[in-house]
Design a protein around this ligand. Structure first.
Ligand SMILES: Nc1nc2c(ncn2[C@@H]2O[C@H](COP(=O)(O)OP(=O)(O)OP(=O)(O)O)[C@@H](O)[C@H]2O)c(=O)[nH]1
Ligand SMILES: [Mg+2]
Length: 597
């Protein structure tokens, strides 16, 4: 190493030690004797650990052309070594990680006092999102040949690279037009091949001339601004890598170049592979963030895998990557496979939630929450101690031979007015284990005088059943999308859970009290009764005939031929009671009342 080289390393080290915040130039590739590329793994790690998406700006070109200084200007700090010596200054590839940019300062070629290493040009070309190719003083034939030569050497002649080319003529004293590069590429000096190769490989290219200006004055600054503008233009359509993927690409490249294998199509493929894998992962991440999480059964659950594919396609379109279509296709298929796996897994989880049958109270609660949310009306009668068969005797009711298990999916399909138009106005009846005993069960009318706090026919039907039996009834309101429970003739908000069996006695007392108040129990009726004695026979000279009347309904019963006044009245009352019961004027709380069904 020359004394100058040592000075450079010291100066790089100094920058590093001044401040942790400061950008640090580090050597990524060197070429120790006998001259094979050596990758500095410890430096690669800083790239690998970068949490940002990285775009690579590689500065390559003629030796002593001012590449490192341009790099410093772009980064606005002196991190790359520069010197006015005729000998080469930059050896191998130095890098600076600047936020989302990784800037590569590459050793030059075409310097009579230094070796020209094609590897460096290949490394820069292969990795670059944007390749800054610097010529010294003029747009030279030699420079163009060198660039085309790298493409030839790398067997990339027929390839279209996703890399942008910014060709810079630095230290320029000539008055170039903005179209100079295009003009030069259009010229035919019998060297069409190299020009065609450049055009084909770099469909996106810019030209910038930076005037020679020892004082770094206005003209020089304008040139730099033109370079910055060229770098900013279309920067959104550049290859970007995750740090780890870029490190993987560099490792693969290093192995190939270190082994003297310049077959860049395969390197190119490797790098594109890393990039595409990154895009597959990014599309997958974006997709996973977008698709619905399965926390509850969703009857309309659908996974749109196109959303994931579109994310990938957008990234590919940004780069206009048609020439790599075979490889793109392969990664797209890989993505599609992964998306389908996730979609299938979510679909299965959703179905499983919908089909779950235990614990049944939980299933009922979840089903009601779904129906409430979608404003699908429903009514479910839940049996307690009383046999609900009397309710099921209606001709419209369908009774199952074997009770069906209740699931959220069952509830959705059964009550949805479009999926099952014939059933959703009726009740489903569940046994004590939450299994469906019967469906399409109509409700008897609600007796007059029962307070109905809210709701419509469905709520009235629920109140009626809860008053006529010990069953409780869940109602989902179609209009307001809320769930209530009717129990013992009262309507509750379901926020306060379903009736608990331990409260059975309390509910029964409430039901009885309400029935008493409504005059629906024998005890609440006004009964008149009397007995009349009469002469009967020698053996039974005196017998009593009883008579009883229900004042309200005027229903009367007589019972004849009893030994005592009291007995005659009791029997008449008993017959009246039976008549009232059979006509449904009064109810027996131990049997479901179904009159006027
Ligand atoms: N006057 C003037 N000097 C410049 C300009 N650009 C670069 N230089 C000088 O040119 C010399 C070489 O610059 P470097 O940046 O080291 O060149 P390089 O292309 O990196 O050289 P290698 O690393 O050896 O390939 C330095 O003394 C710079 O100060 C310019 O626009 N004007
Ligand atoms: Mg340099």
């Amino acid at each position: 190493m020359t004394a100058f080289g040592i000075a450079i390393l010291i100066s790089i080290g100094l920058v590093a030690s001044h401040s942790v915040q400061a950008m640090v130039g580090q050597k990524l590739f060197s070429f120790p004797p006998p001259g094979r590329a050596h990758l500095h793994e410890e430096v690669l790690q800083s790239i690998e650990q970068s949490s940002r998406k990285l775009r690579v700006i590689a500065i390559v070109g003629e030796g002593r052309a001012g590449k490192s200084q341009l790099g410093n200007e772009l980064l606005q700090t002196n991190v790359f070594a520069t010197a006015a010596t005729p000998e080469a200054v930059t050896e191998g590839v130095d890098i600076v990680l600047d936020g989302g940019r990784l800037v590569l300062d590459c050793e030059g070629f075409n310097n009579a006092l230094a070796s020209s290493r094609l590897e460096v040009l290949l490394i820069g070309t292969a990795l670059a999102s944007t390749l800054i190719f610097v010529m010294d003083g003029k747009l030279s034939e030699e420079g163009l040949n060198m660039l085309a030569g790298a493409l030839t050497e790398a067997q990339l002649l027929e390839k279209q690279l996703p890399t942008r080319l910014v060709l810079v003529v630095n230290k320029c004293t000539l008055d170039y037009k903005a179209s100079a590069l295009e003009d030069a590429l259009a010229k035919d000096h019998g060297r069409r091949d190299s020009r065609d190769a450049i055009k084909r490989a770099f469909p996106r290219r810019h030209f910038v001339a930076i005037p020679f200006d020892p004082s770094g004055g206005d003209a020089y600054q304008q040139g730099l601004n033109a370079l910055r503008a060229a770098l900013d233009a279309e920067s959104s359509s550049e290859l970007v890598f995750d740090g780890a993927r870029l490190a993987g690409a560099i490792r693969g490249l290093s192995i190939k170049v270190g082994a003297g294998d310049f077959d860049l199509p395969s390197i190119h493929q490797h790098i594109m592979g890393e990039f595409l894998q990154g895009e597959v992962d990014a599309a997958m991440d974006g997709f996973m963030r977008r698709i619905p999480k399965v926390i509850e059964y969703d009857p309309d659950f659908k996974v749109d895998i196109d959303a994931g594919i579109n994310l990938f396609d957008a990234a590919i379109q940004r780069l206009s990557l048609h020439t790599c279509s075979g490889q793109v296709h392969q990664f797209r298929e890989q993505l599609q496979g992964k998306l389908e796996d996730v979609a299938e897994e979510r679909r299965t989880a959703n179905e499983a939630l919908g089909n779950r049958t235990e614990p049944w109270r939980d299933v009922l609660r979840r089903g009601c929450a779904l129906l409430s949310a979608r404003q699908v009306g429903a009514r479910l009668v839940v049996q307690r101690k009383q046999d609900l068969s009397p309710f099921l005797s209606s001709p419209s009711a369908i009774r199952f031979d074997t009770p069906e298990p209740l699931s959220v999916r069952w509830m959705w399909r059964h009550f949805h007015p479009e999926l099952n138009p014939s059933s959703h106005d009726f009740a489903a009846v569940l046994n004590q284990h939450g299994q469906v005993l019967a469906v399409r069960v109509p409700a008897p009318a609600l007796p007059d005088g029962v307070p109905v706090p809210r709701g419509n026919a469905r709520h009235k039907a629920a109140l009626s059943v809860s008053l006529r039996s010990d069953a409780w009834v869940v109602v989902v309101s179609q209009e307001r999308g809320e769930t209530s429970v009717a129990c013992a003739g009262q309507l509750w908000d379901v926020g306060s859970a379903f009736p608990d069996d331990s409260d059975y006695a309390v509910h029964e007392q409430q039901r009885r009290d309400l029935l008493l108040k409504l005059g629906l129990l024998w005890e609440s009726r006004q009964i008149s009764s009397k007995a009349k004695g009469r002469v009967h026979s020698l053996r039974e000279p005196w017998v009593w005939d009883g008579w009883a009347e229900d004042r309200q309904s005027k229903l009367q019963k007589t019972s004849r031929h009893w030994k005592s006044n009291k007995g005659a009245k009791e029997h008449a009352e008993s017959e009246l009671k039976q008549a009232l019961l059979s006509q449904g004027i009064i109810w027996d709380t131990s049997v479901p009342a179904i009159s006027r069904l």
